[in-house]
Design a binder for this molecule. Structure first.
Ligand code: PRP
Length: 208
């Protein structure tokens, strides 16, 4: 008998691509998660259900084994440094870069460089690795505004097309890491539901 599998998808700009990926291997939710306000979806496969969550919550659900499988950006995985799950596949979607960016004409600053970001752990590790002492300022969104308003000198943020930077008079300065969406699998689900999860990984892997 097939095990029940719960797959957690990241909502937002990744969701359509994640659904397309599942559709390629003939897994289709019964209602459209893009249009519906529901958060859990049955699919055409009686053994597979889908959750739609914030990326950071995808990691939490999979780490605790509540969801067996997740799709989540590498930016979130390195920020949370999770354990309790494997990362067997790069899904090749959601490609972007985590970058340091700042004003085109950066004015001189006295004292420590101030960095605004929601990726505070990653930014701390990055500057520690460079041996540079900086002040990290936590924001939850609209990072690009921080240098414009004088809250920080630079930002650490995701850059995909570069449009948001350009629209706010900022330029990319340094690349921290290339990002894409990963498939993650809870460690104990991988053991207890091995055949079904392995089949799913193989099917997704060969559809990429
Ligand atoms: C991300 C990021 C930038 C933007 C970059 O935000 O924080 O603002 O995308 O993309 P671009 O280089 O193509 O302009 P997102 O829209 O994902 O929302 P968020 O702020 O909630 O992360």
């Amino acid at each position: 008998m097939k095990s029940k599998l719960l797959i957690a998808l990241s909502k937002g700009r990744l969701l359509q691509q994640e659904l397309d990926l599942l559709e390629r291997i003939k897994i289709m939710p019964r209602k459209d998660p893009i249009k519906s306000r529901k958060l859990v979806f049955e699919t055409n496969r009686a053994d597979i259900s889908i959750l739609v969550l914030r990326g950071s919550d995808v990691v939490t659900y999979v780490r605790h084994g509540t969801a067996d499988i997740g799709m989540v950006g590498k930016d979130i995985l390195i920020e949370q440094k999770g354990d309790g799950f494997y990362e067997p596949l790069d899904l090749g979607i959601g490609k972007c870069r985590l970058m340091v960016a700042g004003p085109e004409n950066e004015s001189a600053y006295a004292g420590r460089l101030k960095i605004a970001t929601k990726f505070t752990n990653t930014a701390k590790r990055y500057y520690a690795m460079k041996g540079q002492q900086v002040e990290i300022i936590k924001l939850f969104g609209a990072m690009e505004l921080a240098p414009v308003m004088g809250l920080a000198h630079r930002i650490v943020d995701i850059v995909e097309t570069g449009e948001t930077l350009r629209a706010n008079g900022l330029v990319p300065i340094e690349e921290i890491i290339k990002i894409s969406t990963k498939l993650i699998v809870n460690e104990s689900s991988y053991k207890t539901k091995f055949d079904d999860i392995k089949n799913l990984i193989n099917e997704i892997g060969s559809s990429l």
